[in-house]
Design a protein. Structure first.
Length: 202
């Protein structure tokens, strides 16, 4: 039985406890995530607001860019199901994996995809090779974590790292877009669609 299934037969007064249990399952899944490339890989662009290197405007960078050479093996960070394995002009060749409990990860700009939509994958499995496809200034892997469809800095959730408080997204400066584009949310909501539109994950 799933948490949702059990919560459905409990009295309404149990809803807050069920919500807390769901949050605990989500965080425990997120804290079990590994890293998609070797641990010592440099983060060339961290999570947070930045001036987009190609668009020239302030925008939320919804993941981390990992500086790896083209063809570097990319490994899924936890067990899950592939919801998207396709290509678009912005993200290039991208894989999105659903790990359950509201935890989703994305791997963008690959040169080669090695998994298909609907495939069950296991932690550490090779799912792609990094590249510079899509809107990219050079070879790297854009790695993104979402908790409950909310982009979240993946660094605090690296497996084996000390657990730290996950801060809310910073408030942008006046005139800066308040968060990720509507296209970003659409990409995750439509994960697994046969013909996803060109939506920006970063």
């Amino acid at each position: 039985p799933t948490l949702d299934g059990m919560a459905a037969v409990l009295p309404p007064s149990s809803a807050p406890r069920a919500a807390l249990a769901g949050r605990a399952l989500s965080l425990s899944t997120a804290f079990a995530l590994a890293w998609p490339v070797p641990e010592g890989t440099r983060i060339s662009s961290p999570f947070g607001y930045r001036e987009h290197p190609m668009l020239g405007r302030a925008q939320l960078h919804t993941g981390v860019d990992l500086a790896v050479a083209e063809g570097t093996p990319v490994h899924v960070t936890h067990d899950g199901v592939v919801r998207r394995a396709s290509e678009d002009p912005v993200n290039g060749r991208v894989v999105i994996v659903d790990h359950g409990h509201g935890v989703t990860t994305a791997y963008c700009h690959n040169v080669r995809l090695l998994v298909a939509v609907g495939e069950t994958v296991h932690a550490g499995q090779l799912i792609s090779e990094s590249g510079t496809t899509g809107r990219s200034t050079g070879p790297h892997l854009h790695y993104q974590l979402e908790l409950g469809r909310q982009p979240t800095d993946p660094v605090p959730f690296r497996h084996g790292q000390a657990a730290v408080a996950v801060a809310p997204l910073p408030v942008p400066a006046p005139g800066v877009a308040p968060g990720p584009s509507a296209a970003l949310k659409k990409a995750f909501e439509q994960a697994g669609a046969p013909e996803p539109s060109a939506t920006e994950l970063e």
